[in-house]
Design a protein around this ligand. Structure first.
Ligand code: SF4
Ligand code: MG
Length: 327
């Protein structure tokens, strides 16, 4: 395993009390693999990623338990200096909003070039050359000229490509992309997603793809981990999930994907809203929104049941869900 998150706990202090943003999350991704982490906003998917990247080490967020193993070593117990090295060259993150993640007063060539002057000790001239190569690699037309332009002079899709170029510049073993295409229109979304998948293959990177949109990850993910209220509720290979979900929440997410063969049919949406993380419902956190909920769901928190050879589900009735008996 390239990255292994084990039983991670993250808390936030808020005016309403302690929010358990991440409550015992475990997941892993190998070299050349793509793990999609799926969930609504507030499910803990971004916070988990921020903990991995080490950009959460400040109040009010606090890691209260667990391990984050990168290439077998726990990032949470190693020296800050070592961790910084890994953060610089071993892993990289792509954010949703490229415009605020890039420096507005530096040309994209200077920003890309900095990766090589700072981390690789290259001359400015060589770094500029590498910047143009990278822009070419992420298919920005006219890279040799556009290298002098500033972030605001690019379209949203092109800016996201620049962010991807920044992320892969040092050929990290792991890339975490947090909603990388959410701000883009559908056609551009697909292009950016294809590019990510292609680079992942080419560099044999591990990719963690965080999204609220199951439709976006279908073609690129190997595995899907579904999060709800700070926990993983289902984790399985992508084709298993598509064949039959083993958790009612996953089923809801699947049914809310627009499909060409269902044209004209009203889109299904999961009723209600995710709970506040300071007041997570007792029993199964999903029970107020679940059409399958029974008495036991209101009192007993479901563990992660093995629901297949390579699959877990946090539903007491995963078998019925899998068999499609939940209507
Ligand atoms: Fe629904 Fe109960 Fe399963 Fe939770 S445990 S998802 S409430 S059926
Ligand atoms: Mg988020």
């Amino acid at each position: 395993m390239l990255l292994e998150v084990r039983d991670l706990h993250v808390e936030f202090r808020t005016r309403d009390g302690v929010a358990k943003a991440v409550n015992g999350v475990s997941y892993g991704v190998g070299a050349g693999e793509t793990l999609a982490v799926l969930g609504e906003s507030g499910s803990g998917k971004s916070v988990t990623a921020q903990a991995v990247m080490g950009i959460l080490d400040m109040p009010p967020g606090r890691i209260t338990g667990g391990q984050i193993l990168f290439q077998g070593r726990d990032l949470l117990t190693m020296k800050e200096e070592e961790r910084r090295k890994i953060r610089g060259a071993g892993m990289a993150m792509i954010f949703q909003d490229a415009l605020s993640a890039l420096n507005p007063v530096l040309s994209v060539g200077d920003q890309l070039g900095e990766m090589f002057t700072v981390h690789r000790g290259m001359s400015r001239k060589d770094a500029r050359k590498r910047a143009v190569e990278l822009m070419d690699r992420v298919r920005i037309p006219g890279a040799a000229q556009r290298v002098r332009d500033y972030p605001h002079q690019f379209s949203g899709g092109m800016r996201q490509r620049i962010m991807i170029a920044m992320a892969i510049a040092l050929e990290p073993a792991l890339v975490i992309a947090d909603e990388p295409t959410t701000a883009l229109d559908v056609t551009v979304q697909a292009q950016v997603m294809d590019l990510l998948a292609e680079l992942r293959r080419e560099y044999d990177m591990g990719l963690v793809l965080i999204t609220h949109d199951l439709g976006v990850v279908a073609d690129v993910a190997d595995r899907i981990a579904v999060m709800y209220a700070g926990r993983i509720v289902e984790s399985a290979p992508v084709h298993d999930i598509y064949k039959a979900p083993a958790h009612p929440y996953t089923r809801g997410l699947l049914e809310s994907i627009p499909r060409l063969d269902h044209k004209g049919r009203e889109l299904y949406a999961i009723q209600g809203l995710p709970p506040s993380l300071t007041h997570v419902p007792a029993g199964c956190a999903f029970h107020p929104r679940c059409a399958m909920a029974r008495d036991v769901c209101r009192t007993d928190e479901p563990p992660l049941y093995p629901a297949g050879p390579d699959r877990v589900s946090a539903c007491h009735f995963w078998r019925e869900c899998l068999d499609g008996l939940d209507g």
